[in-house]
Design a binder for this molecule. Structure first.
Ligand code: SF4
Ligand code: SF4
Length: 359
């Protein structure tokens, strides 16, 4: 990024800037919540949690809500998509960490890909400006640099911010970001070289804090022949099937769709209700249960294999991307300390003969 792209803004001015944008945007910011951090809609007088590590629940829920009504049905019900942004406002996601912004760029490929377009996600996404906050607080289980990440990764962001203490350095990443800064020009000044030097030093420090390094070069090819490897018999042993790893993961995107019938009209010939989409998890036994009673993934083993293969083999095949950004959430929050990094190291040790091994 060239220096001329950088602008500087006083941190205390940012709250005023956000306040001034509330009519135009639904704004989401990181806040402190019971000793944790999470994204929440910005309210007047509310402070931003600048110094947060990362949120427990990933901000993917802003664009891909845990539950949403797709449409209503019944006599007189207007069948229309309800997935648009509340109040018709645009979205401003402010202060998201770079790994989570990168995860949005991966979700874009799923919900806005060449084969399938999800109008609910895309409606929100096209109205969204993503302002990321470069990472100065990597955690012990972060391993973004083993993938495509780094503390100042710009992928998925329109603007990237750097917390310099009293000041915040801002760099436009996309045209949308440039236009945003131009429009809000009165809040910003041109940054000086000393600001940029401070940012570089901060990022070097941050990079040095990421100690987990895993060589996953060619993992897709390693897994091409690993479906029947004996290793899967071991990898899943500790798993409880709670699904936390998938719910907290910023790139997991499986969902279920159900019709919820209004109980008062349940006996009517033309029942009324709504079709609802909610997050689901490949770690649950019902996820692949067929109506016939057959389940192609009947045990923890098949389900764990699916989770790993999906991220590191099927998505690279379908989207040319590994669907893990190394945020470490699945490691931090797994109740039995099942560590994805250890799983990856085991898988990387697979020999080329794995296709010959049988379960
Ligand atoms: S969080 Fe851990 S125990 Fe729960 S499903 Fe994931 S790997 Fe299994
Ligand atoms: S698989 Fe784990 S480390 Fe990778 S993006 Fe998902 S939660 Fe983060």
């Amino acid at each position: 990024m060239e220096n001329k792209k950088f602008k500087i803004i006083k941190k205390k001015e940012i709250l005023k800037l956000l306040e001034s944008l509330k009519k135009e945007y639904s704004i989401f910011v990181p806040i402190e919540d019971n000793g944790d951090a999470r994204f929440s809609e910005f309210k007047s007088g509310q402070d931003i949690f600048w110094d947060y590590r990362n949120t427990k629940i990933s901000p993917k829920e802003i664009l891909f809500p845990q539950a949403e009504t797709l449409f209503c049905f019944g006599p007189g019900a207007e069948v229309k998509a309800e997935g648009s942004t509340p109040g018709g406002k645009d979205y401003l996601i402010f202060g998201i960490r770079p790994c989570d912004a990168q995860a949005i760029s991966l979700l874009d490929k799923v919900f806005g890909g060449e084969d399938f377009e999800d109008p609910y996600y895309l409606e929100r996404r096209k109205k969204t400006t993503v302002i990321s906050l470069a990472c100065s607080k990597p955690q012990i289980d972060c391993f973004c640099t083993s993938l495509k990440g780094k503390p100042e990764n710009e992928e998925g962001a329109d603007i990237i911010l750097f917390d310099l203490g009293e000041d915040v350095l801002a760099g436009a990443v996309t045209k949308k970001g440039e236009k945003f800064i131009e429009k809000q020009n009165k809040w910003f000044k041109d940054a000086g070289q000393s600001d940029v030097d401070k940012k570089d030093k901060l990022m070097d420090l941050s990079l040095n804090k990421i100690k987990s390094q895993i060589d996953i070069q060619n993992i897709k090819e390693k897994l091409d022949n690993a479906f029947n490897d004996l290793l899967w018999n071991e990898i899943h042993q500790k798993c409880l099937g709670c699904g936390i790893c998938t719910y907290f993961c910023p790139t997991c995107h499986c969902f279920d769709i159900t019709d919820e019938i209004n109980p008062k009209a349940a006996d009517s010939k033309t029942p009324e209700g709504k079709r609802v989409r909610c997050w689901d998890s490949c770690m649950y036994p019902l996820f692949t249960l067929h109506a016939s009673g057959h389940n192609p993934r009947p045990t923890y083993k098949e389900r764990m294999r699916q989770r790993i293969m999906h991220k590191f083999n099927y998505c690279p095949e379908n989207f040319k991307e590994i669907f893990c950004v190394g945020c470490g959430r699945c490691i931090r929050n797994c109740p039995v300390n099942l560590d994805l990094r250890e799983v990856l190291v085991s898988l990387m040790s697979l020999g080329s003969l794995c296709k010959d091994k049988k379960i």
